[in-house]
Design a protein around this ligand. Structure first.
Ligand code: ADP
Ligand code: MG
Length: 321
């Protein structure tokens, strides 16, 4: 198949239509309309085979994850995702692989109504780059900077599942088959918390998505202000699989494993009991869990159920260079 018919066959015909796409795939560049009064929010993420996903990952999952990690960046900014481009480098043309990849990508594109508006197709080591674009009113964008001492710290979903799945795939941890089946989707098909990000506009004082582990990413929220945090280990949200592991495994995974793509955010303490009750309900709806407080003292302190300090062993994030 020629390059152009490949693009037409696998990408153009699956691209979702949006009214704000004035010109999509097919020209030298795409034209998109940002709503009046809003700013363009844009981010790019690359997945390299063998680095960001294991060699034998199903093509559906590769397509799914390539878009999911980018949607997660939109979520962390409180942006409404709208459009994306795809730069695809393939070692060879493989119809099965491309069909599966496109299905995974389109599945998530449909779900979040984001349109593929262009890209590039080249030959080489399997590498997928998605650039995502969305919009947000400029005064409502969520940033990493903005936390203050006393702010409450929250995370969505559950922590450590993706890291556990990866360690099991790599043979570092022995997991029963049913447990592995429960955590594998968390590694291959992370849930971008787009709705939570939108609901947090004007509510959160700072936000980040957790790609490198809670301690590392929470550290990014605090570092700019030279603040610290006190975290309650029993408050960390854990899936049933993690709850049943020995704590010597659970806590390092929940605190330091990457790839969960949950949101971590801070918010000022609610001023009155009434507001507090409403926001508690709202946060439950958002699947957000209170895990600790921002402190003036730099450094992150983790306390166990007995109130003892727990020194998290570093399991080290992936360093590209
Ligand atoms: P150019 O030579 O101008 O860079 P290309 O031949 O690379 O154009 O691409 C032709 C059209 O197909 C462009 O509109 C481009 O955005 C689109 N395109 C190329 N590869 C992809 C892809 N993998 N996914 C979506 N659109 C693509
Ligand atoms: Mg090109």
């Amino acid at each position: 198949m020629q390059e152009f018919s490949l693009i037409e066959h696998y990408f153009t015909r699956h691209a979702l239509a949006r009214d704000d796409v004035l010109l999509g795939i097919g020209d030298d560049a795409a034209l998109c309309q940002v709503p009046a009064g809003q700013v363009l929010v844009t981010s790019v993420d690359t997945l390299v085979e063998g680095v960001h996903f294991p060699l034998d990952t199903a093509p559906f999952d590769v397509g799914y994850k390539a878009l999911a990690v980018n949607l997660s960046d939109m979520a962390a900014m409180g942006a409404q995702p709208a459009w994306f481009t795809l730069a695809l480098t393939l070692p060879h043309q493989q119809a099965d692989w491309l069909a599966g990849f496109t299905q995974g990508l389109s599945h998530l594109a449909q779900q979040y109504q984001v349109a593929l508006i262009g890209g590039d197709t080249t030959r080489g080591h399997l590498t997928i780059t998605v650039q995502i674009m969305g919009f947000c009113p400029p005064d409502l964008v969520l940033k990493r900077q903005g936390a203050s001492p006393g702010d409450e710290i929250y995370v969505t979903g559950t922590l450590g599942d993706a890291g556990l799945a990866l360690k099991a795939l790599q043979g570092e941890i022995d997991l029963p088959k049913d447990a592995l089946e429960q955590v594998l989707p968390r590694l291959h098909r992370p849930t971008p918390r787009v709705d939570t990000g939108l609901a947090l506009r004007g509510q959160a004082s700072s936000a980040i998505d957790i790609s490198d582990g809670l301690l590392a990413d929470l550290g990014h929220l605090l570092a700019g202000h030279q603040l610290g945090a006190r975290l309650s280990l029993p408050a960390l949200p854990l899936s049933p699989v993690l709850q049943h592991l020995p704590t010597a495994l659970t806590w390092p995974l929940a605190l330091s494993a990457g790839d969960d793509y949950e949101l971590c955010f801070t918010r000022p303490v609610a001023p009155s009991a009434q507001v507090s009750q409403n926001t508690a309900q709202q946060l439950t709806l958002l699947n957000a869990h209170y895990i600790g407080t921002v402190t003036e003292q730099p450094g992150i302190i983790c306390l166990d159920a007995a109130g003892h300090t727990y020194n998290a062993p570093s399991i080290g994030g992936y360093q590209h260079f």
